[in-house]
Design a protein. Structure first.
Length: 172
């Protein structure tokens, strides 16, 4: 007998949360995780650009990729400074809801512009939530400021993408 879908999904979500928190024992871990995330997002947008049907769509996706690479450079600069308390342990906040922040995966294959925008908007929202949670638990004001900035940038990207989606809906 199969369990209801919610009962089947809940254990896997809990396992993902536990696995993610084990990877993020220190703020250095969190910054390294964020660097990998930003690089992954940049590559996602580059992939979307390759699959774009028009020059305008491609340009927009490459613009988002450039912003993600800028975030990656900022995070790498934080690690290079070396004076931040990046070895301070993270205290897991049960309200972080890590599973809600895990990135929606691109399943590959062809994708329409509007579908790409929906996927991108979801990823940006999740990234913003992740950075907001890190900002709340940051051991220093400087780190909290960095994570808050990244959360704001991801939220801004999400709004821009939602606007592009709305525009595409009106044009289509």
């Amino acid at each position: 007998m199969l369990l209801p879908i919610g009962e089947r999904i809940r254990p896997s979500i809990q396992a993902m949360e536990e696995r993610t928190m084990k990877q993020l024992n220190t703020f250095e871990d969190a910054i390294r995780f964020a660097i990998k995330h930003e690089e992954g997002e940049a590559k996602f947008y580059e992939g979307m650009a390759e699959r774009s049907k028009s020059a305008d769509q491609k340009k927009a996706m490459l613009g988002h990729a450039a912003e993600e690479y800028d975030h990656k450079r900022r995070l790498e600069a934080i690690l290079a400074k070396g004076h931040l308390p990046v070895s301070t342990r993270i205290v897991a906040d049960p309200d972080m809801k890590i599973a809600e922040m895990l990135v929606v995966e691109d399943r590959g294959g062809t994708i329409g512009y509007e579908d790409a925008l929906v996927l991108a908007a979801k990823r940006e929202k999740q990234a913003s939530g992740f950075y907001q949670a890190l900002a709340k638990t940051a051991p220093s004001g400087e780190l909290a400021e960095v994570f808050s900035f990244l959360a704001e940038q991801e939220a801004k990207h999400g709004k821009q993408i939602e606007q592009k989606y709305d525009d595409a809906q009106r044009e289509g």
